[in-house]
Design a protein around this ligand. Sequence first.
Ligand code: HEM
Length: 529
Amino acid sequence: MSLSLTVVVLVVVFIGLVQRLWRIGSREQGLPPGPPTLPLLGNLLVFPRTRAHLKFTEWARSYGDIYSLKIGSGTAIVVSSPKMARECFELHGATTSDRPVLHVAELVYKGLEMPLARYGPHWRNLRRAAHDLLNKEACLSHLPIQRAEASQLMYDVLQQPQHLYGHIRRYAASVALSVIFGIHCSTYDNPVIEEFYECQRKWEHILRPGGHPPVDIFPILKYIPERWASWKGLCREVRSRQRKLYFTLLQNCIDRIKLDRRNNSFIEYVLEHEDHYGLTREMTGYLGLSLMEGGADTTAIYLQFFLVLMLAHPDVKARAQKEIDDVIGDGRSPDLEDIEHLPYIRALINEVHRCRPAAPTSIPHAATTDERIGGFFIPKGSMIFMNIWGIGRDPDLFEEPERFWPERFLNSEHGTKPEVDTTGCRSEIPMSFGGGRRICPGFNLAYNSIAMNVMNILWAFDINLPKDPATGKPIVPDEDDTTDGILLTPKPFKYDITPRSEARGDIIRTQFGAAKPTFELFDSADLKA
Ligand code: HEM
């Protein structure tokens, strides 16, 4: 080959390479529309690093209920209507139920935690076991401890109203610990509860924007030595602290079985049926961890938002309290069955879910094969977000979507405008629990906790805006003052909470006293304590 021919070949190869590289980051033929891309980077520079749900929702108004974002050569899909969510996660559930591989999650969980586990036999085994704990009938057997815990929450608020925030967090973690590991934690400063929330806090710190470099987009960053990568040390710390916590709780269950002192906790049951569920001991430990992580924070967040919304919307609170007074009165506190007779409070519960979903962009799913959804091409490996926040605020679906207005759920089962076609929506499960095969398995347990405590709080307490001592003006909480991340947690807020009557205070005290035998079963369960 002559020199000039070699040069021509090299130039052609070079141009070909440049063209290929240039195409990286651009939107492939057939993908859903989306914001304009840049060569190599795609939408990386505009991809929201904080409060992603707000930008996702703004883009949904421009690009529709399914749109795409390019992140380098990768693709993210955002789904923003109930109809598209159903098509994507239910009709195509066989191929859209995977999770994206996140390097930091691999370092902490090694693929064993259920919410982030890949779609496959390991996840299926965990999910099957979780279903046996959390299905509607199984949740009936958790009602005694849930009722006892709810009575403690009311009692704690009565005794120490200034620690409302901590009481709610204790309640949510202790219900999950009792049901899963058979351990009741009577105070917020209990070491198990403290360690649980501390591990959660550290994990959220790693996941926060800037908490680690974009290792999933630039895999070469994985090889940065640990002395220059503090996030790696933090991942190791979280992993070891979590293992210590959850495998100690697991050991407690093993010891109780050995001593024949079972208290019917879920993990005791799983330990005796590991073969049936196809679980190793390691997986059983991570099952307990997954359920704790999925169940405690989310329930606490819901109840905290409920209180913030009651403070900010006294008219709604007053209507809900009138309803509960008419049905329950002064002589007893509400019970779970009462919810059937309280349509306004049911509507209020749905409206809190709509306005303040705990996980506004859910946990991302991933596609295991090339798919066609909504008439568009969805490539294998795409990350798929369910934009729960955007769905709840779609003006085509909801009248005055920014308004906190429970009445919308009185007029229509789904809270949507009358002309909206809701065929196929799962009426019993609000969108804030995700969708498809990965839909939250804890819905029934969460629903019972939420219904009991919302009714109890409205019945027992008046929650009002406190006055600024300097100006005398009421301090209205900022509903948007939350942490940022997969979960949006309201920051501690100011409030005035008082019992609604002496008679109701007495009922709370009596009821808490009557709950003691239920707690005893779980209090004596911590063999190490
Ligand atoms: C208000 C309360 C709750 C909310 C808003 C909530 C919300 C969610 C959401 C949005 C997902 C992701 C669904 C998806 O990928 O499509 C999820 C998953 C999950 N939740 Fe919940 N959740 C709540 C309570 C609970 C409870 C009480 C438990 C268990 C005790 C629980 C355990 C889980 C687990 C294990 C997953 C992972 C499921 C999987 O990947 O297969 N959650 N939850």
